[in-house]
Ligand binder design. Structure first.
Ligand code: MGD
Ligand code: MGD
Ligand code: MO
Length: 743
C-alpha cells in the first residue's frame, strides 16, 4: 500500500497509537538518551514547561508522564541533537531551501550559529554575534522614525524574554509590537474585556471537576490540547455532560482512550461528548442566540445575578424576542428542538456551565460578536464566578497569555505604559502600534522597513502568503530569533539575519524562566538538556545585547546587568504589573502561583463596573450561491507552521497534506471522485486567489463547507478579510469555488 491514503476517521483519540507515535518521534529525532531525559523533565515541578499548548498542568499529583503525543512531538523537534550551521547553508542556496517542504525544514536540525544573507547573495553565511547586533542597530538607528521598525513576537517567549523585549522596543520609541495572538485569541480578549472586564478566561482545572455541563465549541482538543482530554474524561466520570459544537466530527471529542491508563492503552475508550451539534461554519452566534432565546422563554435564568451584576439585559431581551427561530435555524444549521434541548440542559441543576473555545470561533468576521453572544448566555445563567462554571478561551502557544500580560501588545493600556516609564526612567511612546495585519500592510506600502521577530514564522503563519511575501521582500532588513529553520528565513528583505537561540528544553546557565498558562497560573520553567551548539544565546541575552548596541544604557536601564540574573528582570515585572508580588519567591514554589482574576470574584473591571450584555445584530458569513465556505485548520502532525509528519491520524489521513475535506454530496456535485484533484479559488473584493491541484477528501461535515490545512491554504486568505474589532484574519471563513482540476 502506498503511504498516501485516506480511510474511515477514528471514533476516539489517543490510546496505544498515541504512545507509539510519541516514542517514534522522540527517539527518532532526539535519540534515546536525550529524548528520555527531555520527557522526564517535561511539565514536572522543577522541569520545563511543555512548549506545545497552554493547557495547565494539574496543581499537584502530577502523573509521572505529564505529556501527550503532541507535546512529545514538539520536544522531539526541539531536542534534536543534529544541527545546521555554515556547512549546511553553504551547501544549500536559499532558492533551493525555498523549494523544500515545511516538514523537510523541520527535519534538518537545530540552527547552530548566527547567519547573514547579504544583499543580492544566494547563500546565508556565518556572522559573529557582535557583527549581527551592530548591523541591526545601525539599521534601526538609520530609520527616519522608530515607527518604521516592526517587532513581532510568537507565544513561546518566556515572561522574562518578552518583558525585556517590549522594554527595548518601547525605549527605542515604538509600540509596533504585533504578535501571534493578533491571529489567534485577539477576538476573545476583546470580547471578554468588554463583557466581564478581563481578556482572559475565568476557570481553573478544579472548576472542570465541579461542572455539570461543559461546552466545547470550535476546538479540536484531541489534536491541539491533548492533555485537556484527561480533564474532560475526569469531568465526565464525575457526571458532567460534554456537548461538542463543531461542523466536523472530531475523534478527540467523540471519545478518549487515556494513554496513561491501562484501559486506554487496551483501546477501551471513554465516550466523551453526550451530544454533538454539527453547526454550520460561523453559525455559532445564531446557535447561542437561540440558546439564550430558549433560556429566557423558559425562565431558567439567574435573575439575581442579572439584577446585581449585569447591564444591558432589557435591550438584549427585546433583541431575543425580535429574532426569529427561522433565522436562528437557518444561520446555525441546527433545529429548534436541538437548541431548546441544549437550553434545558444548561438551565437545569445549579447551572454550573463551562464553555471552552478556540480558533473555530475567533477567526471569523463576526468573531467578537460571537464570543460576546456566548458571554451573554453565561450572564443569563449567572455562570461566571461561580464554582464549576465560567468562560474558557483555550490558548494556543504555551506562553501567549503571559507575553500579553507582560506587555507584548501594540496597544497596552495607559496604566502599564506609565508604570513602565516610571520604572525605566526613559520616555515610553503612547501612540498605538501596528498589529499583525497592519504590519503586513505597512511593509507592503513601504512604511515598515525593518522587520524583527522574536520566534515564530511570520511569512508562513500570516494570511495572503503571496502578498505577505512581497511585503517582507520590501524590507531593508528581516531578522529572526529562531530555534529551527523555517520559511520566514527564506522569504527575506534586502538583507536577512538568523539569530539562533536556546529552546525551552535547553539549559540556560542555571537560570530559570517563567510562563503563564491558559488559566492564569505562572510557573517556572528550567531546561536541562545540554545545548546542541555552543553558539546559542538565550532570548533575554539576545534582546539585551541588541538593546545595548542600539540604545546603550539609559535612565534606570542597564541591559547586561538586568539579564545577568533573571531575578532582576522579575523584580522589574513585579514593579510594573500588579499580581506579581513576591515573584521571585513564589515562582520557586511547586506549581507556581495564580494571577489575580477579578471576574472570577465577580468584580467587573469594565468602564461601568458591570458585566455587560451585548446586543449585536445576528449574522453569519454567507458565501454567494454555488460557492463554499472554507476553513483552514491543523492536522494531527503539526504545531502551527512546524510540520512533524504528513499524517492526520484521527481524520484517517496518511502521507498527505495537499487535501481539501468536503461533504460527500458536494464532492459529487463538483464532479470529482474521492482523492481526485481539484482547483480552489477564493473570492474577495480585490480579486481572486488560487490553490490548484489539491485532492478532494470526503468527510462527515455539513454541506457547503470545505476545510484545508494551515499553512498551505493561507494563500487563499485575503489580507483584508478580518474579524471586526480584533483585526484577526478570518481564516475560518473564506469564500471559495471549487472545480475539478484542469492540470
Ligand atoms: N499539536 C498541536 N497543538 C497545538 C497547535 C498545533 O498546531 N498543533 N497549535 C496551538 C495554537 S497556537 C492554537 S491557537 C490552538 C488551536 O487549536 P484549535 O482551535 O483546536 O485549532 P484548529 O485546528 O484551527 O481547529 C479549529 C476547530 O474548530 C472547528 N471550526 C472551524 N470553524 C468553526 C465554526 O465556525 N464553528 C465551530 N463551532 N467550529 C468551527 C474546526 O472544525 C476544528 O475542529 O492549538 C494549540 N495547540
Ligand atoms: N490560515 C490560518 N493561519 C493561521 C492560523 C489558522 O488557524 N489558519 N492560526 C494562527 C495562530 S492561532 C497562530 S498562534 C499563528 C502562529 O504563528 P507563529 O507563532 O508565528 O508560528 P509558529 O509556527 O508557532 O512558529 C514556529 C517557529 O518558531 C520558532 N521557535 C520555536 N520555538 C522557539 C523558541 O523557543 N524561541 C524562538 N525564538 N523561536 C522558536 C521556530 O523557528 C519555528 O519555526 O498562526 C496563525 N495563522
Ligand atoms: Mo494560536
Amino acid at each position: 500500500m502506498s503511504d498516501e491514503h485516506f480511510s474511515k476517521p477514528k471514533e476516539y483519540a489517543a490510546g496505544l497509537p498515541a504512545v507509539t507515535s510519541s516514542l517514534r518521534h522522540v527517539f527518532g529525532k532526539a535519540g534515546v538518551a536525550r529524548g528520555t531525559k527531555a520527557l522526564l523533565d517535561l511539565n514536572q515541578v522543577g522541569g520545563f514547561d511543555c512548549p506545545s499548548c497552554a493547557w495547565p498542568d494539574p496543581d499537584r499529583d502530577r502523573a509521572h508522564a505529564e505529556f501527550c503525543e503532541n507535546g512529545a512531538k514538539a520536544i522531539a523537534s526541539e531536542a534534536m541533537a543534529k544541527t545546521i550551521g555554515r556547512e549546511f547553508f553553504a551547501a544549500h542556496p536559499v532558492a533551493e531551501l525555498m523549494a523544500q517542504s515545511d516538514a523537510w525544514h523541520d527535519l534538518q536540525g537545530r540552527l547552530a550559529e548566527p547567519m547573514l544573507l547579504r544583499e543580492e547573495a544566494t547563500h546565508y553565511e556565518p556572522v559573529s554575534w557582535d557583527e549581527a547586533f551592530k548591523l541591526i542597530s545601525e539599521e534601526l538607528r538609520g530609520l527616519d522614525s522608530p515607527d518604521e521598525a516592526i517587532f513581532y513576537t510568537s507565544g513561546r517567549a518566556s515572561n522574562e524574554a518578552a518583558f525585556l523585549y517590549q522594554l527595548f522596543v518601547r525605549a527605542y520609541g515604538t509600540n509596533n509590537l504585533p504578535d501571534c495572538s493578533n491571529m489567534c485569541h485577539e477576538s476573545s480578549g476583546l470580547a471578554l474585556r468588554d463583557a466581564i472586564g478581563i481578556g482572559k478566561g475565568t476557570v481553573t482545572l478544579e472548576d472542570f471537576l465541579e461542572a455539570e455541563v461543559i461546552l466545547c465549541v470550535g476546538q479540536n482538543p484531541g489534536t491541539n490540547h491533548p492533555r485537556m482530554l484527561s480533564t474532560l474524561e475526569e469531568a465526565v466520570d464525575r457526571g458532567a455532560q460534554l456537548v461538542a459544537v463543531n461542523p466536523l466530527k472530531e475523534a478527540g471529542l467523540l471519545g478518549f482512550a487515556h494513554p496513561q491508563h491501562l484501559r486506554g492503552i487496551l483501546g477501551k475508550a471513554s465516550p466523551l461528548a453526550s451530544s454533538y451539534l454539527q453547526v454550520k461554519v460561523n453559525g455559532d452566534m445564531a446557535l447561542f442566540r437561540g440558546v439564550a432565546k430558549a433560556l429566557v422563554a423558559a425562565g431558567t435564568i439567574d435573575h439575581e445575578f442579572i439584577r446585581e451584576h449585569a447591564d444591558g439585559y432589557e435591550v438584549y431581551r427585546s433583541l431575543l424576542e425580535a429574532t426569529s427561530w427561522q433565522d436562528i435555524e437557518e444561520l446555525s444549521g441546527i433545529g429548534r428542538d436541538k437548541i431548546e434541548e441544549l437550553a434545558t440542559l444548561l438551565g437545569a441543576g445549579e447551572r454550573r456551565v463551562i464553555t471552552c473555545w478556540a480558533m473555530g470561533l475567533t477567526q471569523h468576521r463576526n468573531a467578537v460578536a460571537t464570543i460576546r453572544e456566548i458571554a451573554n448566555v453565561h450572564l443569563l445563567l449567572g455562570a461566571v464566578g461561580r464554582p464549576g462554571s465560567g468562560l474558557c478561551p483555550v490558548r494556543g502557544h504555551s506562553n501567549v497569555q503571559g507575553d500579553r500580560t507582560v506587555g507584548i501588545f501594540e496597544k497596552m493600556p495607559e496604566w502599564f505604559l506609565a508604570a513602565l516609564e516610571k520604572q525605566a526612567g526613559v520616555p515610553i511612546p503612547r501612540e498605538h502600534g501596528y498589529d499583525t495585519v497592519a504590519s503586513i500592510l505597512a511593509m507592503h506600502e513601504g512604511r515598515g522597513k525593518v522587520f524583527f521577530a522574536l520566534g515564530g514564522n511570520f511569512a508562513q503563519a500570516t494570511p495572503d502568503s503571496t502578498f505577505t511575501a512581497a511585503a517582507l521582500g520590501k524590507c531593508r532588513l528581516t531578522c529572526h530569533v529562531s530555534t529551527k529553520l523555517n520559511r520566514s528565513h527564506l522569504i527575506h528583505g534586502r538583507r536577512a539575519l538568523i539569530l539562533p537561540c536556546l529552546g525551552r528544553s535547553d539549559e540556560d546557565g542555571g537560570q530559570l524562566v517563567s510562563t503563564e498558562n491558559s488559566m492564569g497560573v505562572v510557573q517556572s520553567s528550567q531546561g536541562r538538556l545540554k545545548p546542541s551548539s555552543e553558539h546559542l544565546l538565550s532570548e533575554p541575552e539576545i534582546v539585551a545585547r541588541l538593546a545595548e548596541a542600539t540604545l546603550g544604557d539609559a535612565g534606570n536601564i542597564r541591559w547586561r546587568w538586568l539579564v545577568g540574573d533573571y531575578d532582576r528582570l522579575r523584580t522589574w515585572i513585579e514593579a510594573v504589573i500588579p499580581g506579581f508580588d513576591r515573584y521571585n519567591e513564589r515562582i520557586r514554589e511547586p506549581g507556581g502561583f495564580y494571577l489575580p482574576n477579578a471576574a472570577k470574584e465577580r468584580v467587573w473591571n469594565t468602564t461601568n463596573q458591570k458585566a455587560n450584555f451585548s446586543a449585536a445584530p445576528l449574522d453569519a458569513f454567507q458565501p454567494a450561491p454555488g460557492r463554499l465556505l472554507l476553513q483552514t485548520l491543523r492536522s494531527h502532525d503539526q504545531f502551527n507552521t512546524t510540520v512533524y509528519g504528513l499524517d492526520d491520524r484521527y481524520r484517517g489521513i496518511s502521507g498527505m497534506r495537499d487535501i481539501v475535506f468536503l461533504n460527500p454530496q458536494d464532492l459529487t456535485e463538483i464532479g470529482v471522485k474521492p482523492g481526485h484533484r481539484i482547483d480552489v479559488t477564493s473570492h474577495w473584493s480585490d480579486g481572486e486567489r488560487h490553490l490548484n491541484g489539491f485532492r478532494a477528501i470526503p468527510y462527515d461535515m455539513p454541506r457547503g463547507l470545505a476545510a484545508a490545512y494551515f499553512p498551505e491554504a493561507n494563500v487563499l486568505v485575503p489580507v483584508g478579510h478580518v474579524a471586526e474589532g480584533s483585526n484577526t484574519p478570518a481564516s475560518k471563513s473564506i469564500e471559495v469555488s471549487i472545480t475539478p482540476s484542469r492540470a
